[in-house]
Design a protein around this ligand. Structure first.
Ligand code: ATP
Ligand code: MG
Length: 192
């Protein structure tokens, strides 16, 4: 089972015998987290942040579970009342609250995918674990939260930002071997 949390989408899939068994794609991922942070800071601090500032904040102090110590970061934006620049201190708790709904969506969808997976395969997943990849897998504590919610071990893929492209490379090296895994229906197979 793989959860790839990218910029535009989160792709959740169970892969067995070279094919996707169950899956779900959500338009909730890194870009949505940035927007969540912008909305939260606008509502709570009356401050408008740029998309880039929100992303920097997410990378600097973004987390999904409370860590051993408080993290904070000062950000600059435009005061919605005066229209002038202003700086505020944002904490990890702020960022967590901002992203909470989106994270919930990802956790709930993960559970739905597990629920629609045949029991024998779930037993396999419990044994091998769930792998998370994509930039979103860097969010502090995400692995532990998913683990607690699914009761299945969760591992962060090695070098999660390049996991997908490296996987594509492996497939291209043996395109014939992976032929059947690449299409959903036999009639989609190109002629050999
Ligand atoms: N350390 C980090 N903490 C949190 N998020 C991060 C971190 N590093 C990168 N990201 C986020 O990961 C996202 C990019 O991830 P990735 O490169 O996997 O996406 P992508 O493959 O380009 O997008 P998609 O899969 O949706 O097409 C961006 O939203 C970025 O802000
Ligand atoms: Mg991607």
């Amino acid at each position: 089972m793989i959860i790839d949390i990218g910029g535009g989408t989160t792709d959740i899939a169970v892969i067995a015998l070279g094919g996707i068994v169950t899956s779900k794609n959500l338009r909730v991922a890194g870009d949505k987290f940035n927007q969540d942070i912008i909305n939260y800071v606008r509502d709570e601090f009356k401050l408008l942040l740029g998309e880039r500032t929100a992303e920097d904040l997410k990378i600097a102090i973004g987390s999904v579970a409370k860590g051993p110590q408080t993290m904070e970061s000062s950000v600059r934006g435009r005061d919605l009342v005066t229209g002038l620049p202003r700086e505020v201190i944002i904490t990890d708790a702020d960022v967590r609250e901002a992203m909470a709904k989106s994270i919930r969506t990802i956790v709930d969808s993960t559970k739905e995918v597990i629920e629609s997976t045949p029991p024998e395969l779930v037993a396999d997943i419990m044994h091998r674990g769930i792998f998370i990849a994509g930039g979103g897998s860097f969010l502090r504590g995400l692995d532990k939260v998913l683990e607690a919610e699914t009761q299945i071990p969760v591992y962060i893929a090695e070098d999660p930002l390049t996991a997908v492209v490296r996987g594509c490379g492996i497939i291209l090296e043996d395109i014939d071997g992976f032929r059947e895994a690449l299409v959903e229906h036999e009639d989609e197979l190109p002629p050999t």
